[in-house]
Write a protein that binds this ligand. Structure first.
Ligand SMILES: O=C(O)CCC(=O)C(=O)O
Length: 297
């Protein structure tokens, strides 16, 4: 649980990230995400109170027994072999342009990248983003096993690692899979919006899973209805796992420390969760659109 003084610092940081001053009271007036500790939480409760209701939450301490839970910028090169990786380095730290999807990246040996981050000599914010752990390690499940709240029948689609500097932001978007986002070291600021806010987030007409609104600095003239969204904002630190249900919009930023996160996307192929059932037609439409676009190229 975040100590109040630290929370205030983070709130001030969020104020900077969001391009406006946010005071603690304002944040506390908004909706808060529920936080539970793994020692007092069961899979049954997860399914009933969160999964079936498509409700996000933070579980603390659920990855304490993972080998990856002790990864830091100083020791991760002992576990992940050196190899060339693609690192985002857009000068403004934004992962991609929400209009065009354009991004900038360099190929660099992983250990050199980690060394650069530790030295703090990088000239731009840098991000080894959404990198499939199975592509970096031959046995990723030893370090990041199936999450304990998953069922055997749930399909673990992909486990990604994210290693970055302060000053990064991943534009607001949603995924078709359920997401467990585990903070390993450093901190991230996360802003979530429910699927009910979709129209107020002005989806990119070409890629409807991406919002055109820059959550850090929203253009009130272009996106007047954004002010009517109900964001859930919070900071995650080491040991926190966030459940982001399929279809929930998320904007993820880092402001003041180097950080490592691991996320797991999974599909529950059959479920009475009505929201997930609603996701199936857009998911198929999205897939068909991609296939058609790929055939045209
Ligand atoms: O960590 C980030 O920067 C983005 C994470 C994200 O978008 C995801 O896990 O789906």
């Amino acid at each position: 649980m975040v100590a109040p003084a630290l929370l205030e610092i983070w709130v001030a940081e969020i104020g900077v990230v969001m391009g406006k001053t946010v005071v603690l009271e304002e944040l506390l007036q908004g909706e808060l995400i529920e936080r539970v500790h793994a020692s007092e939480f069961t899979r049954r409760r997860f399914i009933q109170d969160f999964f079936m209701r498509s409700k996000p939450l933070i579980i603390e301490g659920a990855t304490a027994d993972w080998k990856a839970s002790s990864w830091t910028l100083d020791n991760v090169s002992q576990y992940i072999p050196d190899q060339s990786v693609s690192v985002r380095n857009k000068p403004d730290g934004v992962l991609f342009d929400a209009n065009s999807m354009a991004h900038e990246a360099v190929d660099i040996p992983l250990h050199q990248y980690l060394h650069l981050l530790r030295s703090g000599k990088n000239e731009t914010p840098m991000y080894l983003a959404q990198t499939n752990l199975a592509g970096l390690l031959s046995n990723p499940e030893i370090y990041a096993p199936r999450f304990k709240y998953l069922r055997r029948a749930d399909y673990l689609l992909q486990t990604n690692v994210w290693i970055g500097t302060p000053g990064l932001a991943t534009p607001c978007h949603y995924d078709f899979a359920h997401n467990f986002y585990h903070q390993i070291c450093g901190h991230k600021h996360i802003t979530l919006f429910s699927p009910e806010d979709s129209a107020r987030l002005y989806p990119n007409p070409k890629i409807p899973a991406i919002s055109l609104v820059d959550v850090a600095s929203p253009d009130a003239e272009k996106f007047p209805d954004f002010k009517n969204t109900r964001p859930l904002q919070f900071v995650v630190g080491p040991g926190d796992s966030v459940f982001i249900p399929a279809g929930w919009w998320h904007y993820v930023a880092s402001t003041y420390d180097n950080n490592i996160s691991i996320n797991q996307w999974y599909l529950r192929l059959w479920s009475r969760n009505t929201h997930q059932l609603k996701m199936i037609p857009p998911m198929i439409a999205h897939g068909v659109k991609h296939l058609l676009a790929a055939r045209k190229r």
